[in-house]
Write a protein that binds this ligand. Structure first.
Ligand SMILES: [Zn+2]
Length: 474
């Protein structure tokens, strides 16, 4: 009867080590809505600096980065063709530590609303030198630029008239960001969208650059939500820049510690899952940057909610995760509540505005599953995002409800009201059937109730085995 005891233990162990199986959930789209591309430059906000192509500028700026002083110097040329020339930086840049440490041939007209330098009209090759100061601990919220002995990351200043910037030494000039120091550029093409990943030698990526660029290109093809920018620039950054990432129209940066797995969300607290795809999704939100459409205030939650939701959903469409990871992620996020979050009210998003990322993503997971169920898998949340992206003017919450109704083929108004305009915490949209076993194991291992059940089971098996053993002996 000792064998029965061993058998019971084996059964218990096999429950704990059941292998996790992955499957591809990619579905064929009827007809692609993303096969047109638009020029991103027209969507760059006026107050943001931009480096324009050589053909669009008389004035040029040559950049050189001094690794000893950690200063970036821009030397301007071809000013004889212009009457006036201005260079500026915003207070946001200033608050993030960017400083102008030298201005030769410029009058400094800076004020409370930002840096402003006017060319003196005489100096043939005026110069401006930037650096980044007060570099706090890498985790600090606002730390988005860097100047270190190995590399630097700066914003492109605004220029009037438009100016073309290029590096004299090693470095990369994007449209809105400057990466100083040695780097490697990885590229991929997805239809009409070119994907560029710029990796400084100083970075130590947690995922390989080729898998990142391939994943971005796959997401570009799979996320069928309307026109894409004709190119995107993704920058890998490292300390002292904070963890996470940020996007500006078609460009974004991501900290090199980011991974494709979803657990960062539960370790760091405020680091979104798969930040690479999270920031990529922001580049597909025309309602953020394109002038043709914007969100009404009761819809503001949708920006971060959809970036967070699709970071997980698009990873699941690729080989990096399956329905079990998807299910476990949303099950886990929905357990971490942040008080009385009301998505339609910005002042009710909870600590660090985390409600829009977390509750927002949980609501969208439920909505996506609901739409797929209502339409027998013919439609999904992608169709809702497509209709928002191609809407003319402001998308109000009422418009959103109408869009959802026309996509789902049935009114979900009261369902949406409960989840978006009240603090009710919704059940996530789990793909339970795909991995019932996996979810059961996760629940057993990672919840107190589950651990108690396991402990009871182990005790029962042990006690039974012990009694049988003694009965056999006697
Ligand atoms: Zn975001």
């Amino acid at each position: 009867m000792r064998r029965a005891y061993l058998f019971a233990l084996l059964v218990l162990c096999s429950i704990l080590i059941t292998p996790i199986s992955f499957s591809d959930t990619g579905t064929a789209q009827e007809q692609s809505k993303s096969d047109s591309c638009i020029n991103p430059r027209s969507d760059i906000a006026l107050q943001d600096g931009v480096s324009v192509p050589r053909g669009d500028a008389n004035v040029t700026g040559r950049l050189s980065y001094d690794q000893n002083t950690q200063n970036l110097t821009i030397t301007y040329r071809n000013l004889s063709s212009v009457d006036e020339f201005w260079v500026g930086l915003t207070t946001t840049h200033y608050n993030r530590g960017v400083r102008v440490v030298n201005a030769t041939g410029f009058a400094n007209l800076s004020s409370d609303i930002g840096y402003s330098f006017q060319w003196d009209g005489e100096t043939r090759r005026p110069q401006l030198t930037l650096t980044v100061i007060n570099q706090p601990a890498p985790r600090k919220e606002d730390h988005e630029y860097a100047a270190t002995p190995r590399w630097g990351f700066f914003p492109v200043p605004s220029h009037s008239p438009a100016t073309n910037l290029t590096f004299a030494g090693q470095g990369f000039v994007g449209d809105q960001f400057i990466l100083a120091g040695p780097n490697t550029i990885y590229t991929a093409t997805a239809g009409c969208q070119d994907v560029r990943l710029i990796v400084p030698r100083a970075a130590n990526l947690s995922e390989s650059p080729s898998s990142i660029v391939d994943s971005l290109a796959s997401a570009s093809r799979q996320f069928d939500v309307g026109p894409r920018y004709s190119y995107i620039n993704a920058y890998a950054v490292t300390d002292p820049i904070r963890r996470g990432g940020a996007a500006q129209t078609h460009e974004f940066w991501v900290h090199d510690s980011a991974t494709f797995d979803f657990s960062s969300e539960f370790r760091g607290g405020v680091i979104p899952a798969n930040t690479w795809l999270h920031e990529y999704v922001h580049t597909r939100q025309l309602f953020v940057a394109n002038t043709s459409v914007l969100l009404g205030d009761r819809m503001w939650w949708f920006t971060e909610a959809s970036a967070s939701y699709y970071a997980v959903e698009l990873t699941t469409r690729q080989q990096y995760a399956g329905p079990c990871e998807y299910t476990y992620y949303f099950w886990n996020v929905s357990r971490t509540r942040m008080g009385q979050v009301v998505l339609s009210n910005q002042s009710r998003w909870g600590p660090n505005d985390q409600g829009q990322y977390r509750k927002g993503a949980v609501v969208l997971s439920a909505l996506d599953q609901r739409i797929q169920n209502e339409t027998n898998g013919q439609r999904s949340l992608d169709d809702v995002v497509y209709r928002i992206n191609t809407h003319e003017g402001t998308v109000t919450y009422t418009d959103f409800k109408q869009i959802v109704e026309s996509v789902a083929g049935t009114s979900l108004d009261s369902w949406l009201d409960a989840r978006i305009t009240t603090s009710t915490y919704p059940e996530p949209g789990l793909q339970k059937n795909a991995c019932r076993w996996h979810l059961t194991i996760e629940q057993l291992l990672y919840t107190n109730k589950g651990r108690a059940v396991l402990a009871m089971a182990a005790l029962t098996v042990f006690a039974a085995g012990y009694r049988i053993y003694h009965w056999r002996q006697s």
